[in-house]
Design a binder for this molecule. Structure first.
Ligand code: ZN
Length: 600
């Protein structure tokens, strides 16, 4: 099977700007020569994700994630190594050279299915948009949008569409264009039971884009007849609904600029905000707001504005979104449509339609902090005049207290709640801690580190880490020592990896990481690389350590020889086949070498 050449891989690693690539996923700030941001791989509030531009590698001091621009793209976009290299090379105008037999790559299928599906969705979205805007078939859908005050520009911007009502039309059309039945069956566009029937037929179509603006899925709203109000694409090779936010690609510039994001309930709300000129609005996709979506939001936003329905379900959704946003360190504010004086409206789309864009801006300005929102809700739900009501109100805010991890913030939050509920702060806190203790213990147990090899960095390991970070010294190292000379198993494993790279003529740091199967080992190699510990003094560390290693080897050999001489049965004068004089001369040689090492 053909593979991408080392040359292409090395060119990608050296030419692609990692700060630019990672910057699409998290907000980066420059400190010194390095860039820092909140880690896209784990939840955190303060940045511990580090990029060293000169080396083009990243390392997270929080979760230990590390690697090159290729591994980053593999992880973030769920691509294979080959796909990641191809995608980066294409985007950066780097020629892709393959090695080995030519066939099989295309036939592999898996590698291309994502691209094919993205292409299919993009094409289909284009057709649906045409049907909505240019054909008689889309008239009703268009009238519905006009009635909801959605203007032409918004329809264009979001590529809204209409799927023709004839349920087998799309299948016939795509088949005539050469798509296979099997491929279409797996595309998510058609019914499982009746593979020629389009599930979105007769519906108003909201195309869902990935962050690059490529259409990867659809949401469809029913216009007439029976059926669920909305049908949304499920997970597909090119789309994970729990990790995607509707409108994110269009909202990103404003989210970056304002460092804030508006999370709303559905497609129509997002449309309304954008049409009103407030373009940092997004929506989860037919699911509750997920931790992955919160992380995505927090990658670029410091403040989250929540704009969910005010019914019971909406309130529950708001509360869990508050917790997720707070967990990610975002300040969280709630939009209160009724409180802002628009009691006749139930959602942003209504406000835009009935009161115009300025009214929506007013709602945003009148947002309240999450803590005030919880106090208002508690007051409305429980009778704070009774001890039972007070206890219930406290129980209601405990989940919120749980996600607060700053003592300062905790103090002021407790003081706000206790004043509002008419109890002492001490009582609130005592109840909270009582309730909380078993839970904390449980999580502490869960977070016990996974058993792994203990690695203590002695001279051997230091030498191998310094060499891994500076492969140009490896030829010299392998001249002086070999893997068996190393006692530390981790150091020996690294030596073997470096030897493999050397023999395969792949001397880049990426090649080293790629061959490193064990996560623990990979992480310490990366950490050493990322810390820059060996960037200046590698040669000295390596020479000094090699001296120590050689000394160690010689002394072990000497000790072995001495032991054998002691054991040699000298009584009959035959030495039992042991050549003691020879062993003695070997020891003298070793002593000479040890002396040389000391003098050098
Ligand atoms: Zn991390």
């Amino acid at each position: 099977m053909s593979r991408i050449s080392n040359r292409t891989v090395e060119e990608v690693n050296s030419k692609v700007n990692m700060v630019e690539i990672v910057g699409e996923y998290t907000r980066l700030e420059k400190r010194g020569t390095n860039w820092w941001g909140c880690c896209p791989f784990h939840n955190e509030k303060t940045p511990s994700f580090n990029i060293m531009p000169e080396k083009n590698v990243y390392h997270c001091f929080g979760c230990g994630a590390s690697g090159t621009v290729i591994s980053f793209v593999m992880e973030m976009e769920k691509l294979s190594f080959t796909e990641a290299v191809e995608s980066l090379a294409r985007k950066n105008g780097i020629e892709i050279i393959y090695e080995g037999p030519e066939q099989s790559r295309k036939e592999d299928g898996r590698e291309n299915i994502r691209d094919l599906l993205i292409n299919l969705y993009d094409r289909t979205a284009g057709m649906f948009h045409f049907f909505l805007t240019e054909s008689k078939a889309g008239e009703k859908a268009l009238a519905y949008l006009k009635n909801r005050a959605v203007d032409d520009e918004t329809i264009r911007k979001f590529k809204l569409g209409f799927a023709p009502g004839k349920r087998n039309w799309l299948h016939g059309f795509l088949t005539s264009k050469g798509y296979s039945g099997d491929f279409l069956a797996a595309s998510g566009l058609f019914s499982r039971r009746y593979p020629s029937l389009c599930v979105f037929a007769g519906r108003l179509i909201f195309p869902i884009a990935d962050r690059k603006g490529r259409i990867v899925a659809f949401g469809g709203r029913i216009l007439e007849g029976d059926g669920p109000k909305y049908i949304n694409s499920g997970d597909l090779p090119q789309y994970k609904k729990g990790e995607t936010l509707f409108g994110f690609n269009l909202a990103l510039p404003e989210i970056r600029a304002k460092k804030s994001i508006i999370l709303c309930e559905g497609y129509m709300d997002v449309l309304a905000w954008h049409q009103a000129g407030i373009t940092n609005a997004v929506a989860p996709l037919g699911t509750a707001f997920t931790p992955e979506q919160a992380r995505l939001a927090h990658s670029f936003a410091e403040t989250a504005f929540l704009c969910f329905d005010t019914d019971a379900a909406g309130q529950k959704a708001s509360y869990s979104a508050i917790l997720l946003c707070r967990k990610n360190g975002m300040e969280t504010r709630i939009l209160d449509i009724k409180g802002a004086g628009f009691a006749d409206c139930k959602d942003p789309a209504d406000i835009l339609k009935n009161h115009g864009a300025e009214a929506l801006k007013k709602v945003l300005e009148m947002s309240i902090l999450d803590i005030d929102y919880l106090i208002l809700n508690a007051g409305a739900s429980f009778d704070l005049g009774t001890p039972e009501g007070k206890a219930k109100a406290c129980g209601y805010v405990f989940p919120y207290l749980e996600v607060i991890d700053s003592d300062v913030l905790m103090e002021s939050v407790v003081s706000r709640f206790s004043t509002a509920f008419g109890i002492s702060g001490r009582a609130l806190l005592a109840d909270f801690q009582k309730r909380n203790q078993p839970l904390r213990r449980e999580t502490a147990e869960k977070e016990q580190p996974v058993a792994g090899r203990k690695i203590k960095p002695g001279a051997e390991l230091r030498a191998m880490l310094a060499t891994a970070s500076n492969m140009q010294f490896f030829p010299q190292v392998r001249n002086e020592i070999n893997a068996d000379d190393l006692e530390d198993p981790a150091a020996r494993d690294i030596f073997i990896i470096l030897e493999e790279c050397f023999r395969n003529d792949s001397v880049g740091f990426d090649a080293v990481l790629e061959r490193c199967g064990e996560d623990n080992l990979r992480s310490i190699i990366m950490k050493a690389y990322a810390s820059g510990e060996f960037s200046e003094n590698a040669e000295k560390v390596i020479t000094d350590s090699i001296k120590l290693i050689k000394k160690n080897v010689l002394e072990k050999k000497k000790a072995g020889l001495i032991a054998r001489i002691r054991l040699a049965p000298v009584s009959d004068g035959s030495y039992g086949g042991h050549d003691v004089p020879d062993m003695m001369s070997q020891i003298r040689e070793i002593d000479e070498k040890l002396k040389d090492l000391k003098d050098a």
